[in-house]
Design a protein around this ligand. Sequence first.
Ligand code: PLP
Length: 454
Amino acid sequence: NHTDKQTVSGEKDMLLNQDRAFLWHHMAPHNDHPAIFTESDNVYLTDIDGNSYIDGMAGLWCVNVGHGRTSIAEAAAKQLNTMPFTPMTNSHKPAIQLAAKLNDWLDGHYRIFFSNSGSDANEVAFKIARQYFTQTGKPKKYKFISRYRAYHGNSMGALGATGQADRKASYEPVAEGFRHAAPPYCYRCPFGKEPDSCSLECASSIEQTIVWEGADTVAGVIVEPVITGGGVITPPESYLQKVQEICQKHDVLLIVDEVICGFGRSGEAFGHKNFGVQPDIVTMAKGITSAYAPLSATAVSNDLYESFKSGGPQSHFRHVNTFGGNPMSCAVALENIDILEREDLVAQAKSTGSYLRAQLESFYQFPSVGDIRTFGLMAGIELVTDKTTKEPAPPEFMQQVLGYCKQHGVMIGKNSDTVPEHNNVLTISPPFIISHEQIDTIVETLREAITRAS
Ligand code: PLP
């Protein structure tokens, strides 16, 4: 036993040294004490020391069916043994079946273009939108409007759409043609309104931006149904419908980024279904495979697709992606979606989300909890130093809370780099299979963490 422990600690030291010498961590290159995870099951991750943690963010809002799904591993192995690869310039059974399945989930008629990541899916959406207008006689329509605080990905176009200043620092200029409007951020309404005086000025600001830019230069508006990574910013109920009306009025495409909200996270099949809109383009990733394999998709309305069939020699979409639509990833997605259906996990996400909301309600008693926003199975808890001034809680406070939780076996997150002084939203987005008892553990650990930090 003693020798076993020595071996483990010897391996750990070696891994740590190699990590420090060779590995470049995402978002944190100088992480001297990374948690090295070795195993996972259900909602738990285990680190190299044998400590167990609740994966309260489902990784990065993505391991929706939970860890340890052997049927997904089997589907992956079966596909690898049958046919590991043929590109999407050809066709294959899992991609065909998955495209049909996504149409069931979307309740619409969409063409599905597969890629690898959420960023890819959004880049594809932008390129398809631009080409659509070019080949239908409106080549000046090339701009996209998104909202401040939104995250749409890391590549130059997707980063262009992203409305978080800190993400872009050091990388500008990003792709040209992206403009931003105000987010539907009721807690800090950019128009100084209260719910009873709100006339959806945030939606109108999108229209104003279209008009000021010149509607004949705008190709699309891209929105997440709920701004997730930017701080779980839930819009007023009729906001998205108004945005859709504005898009229709100005011949602008509505692109809905479902990278996080899709596949049940919002409590419905897709986030936009909560708001009764029918997007022109839907992008998705993460939950499509519950992150068991990389895959993303851009679903494009049939009307748009038709224009790619009828033009001249250049009218096809000149975009290929080696790994996009990888057969194993598609097989994984099919089994993942089958699990969601078999176990009725979308409904479960919704009801567990309501339970989480109810448990969090008492957090309003904390002087540091300014706002609690929930949607489906996700929560954002906005921390402040003063409820009246709403001054955001400082980074040290956030770190103390997150650090305590992690030390006590609960991993939750915070909003991404909007601007440093506004990274004050704690986020919770667990796997859909999480039990009420496991939710209680998250909530009670967090309660203790905020109490101690206050
Ligand atoms: N869109 C949204 C809403 C996201 O949250 C993310 C990633 O977090 C992306 C796009 C980019 O996805 P990926 O990291 O797979 O490129």
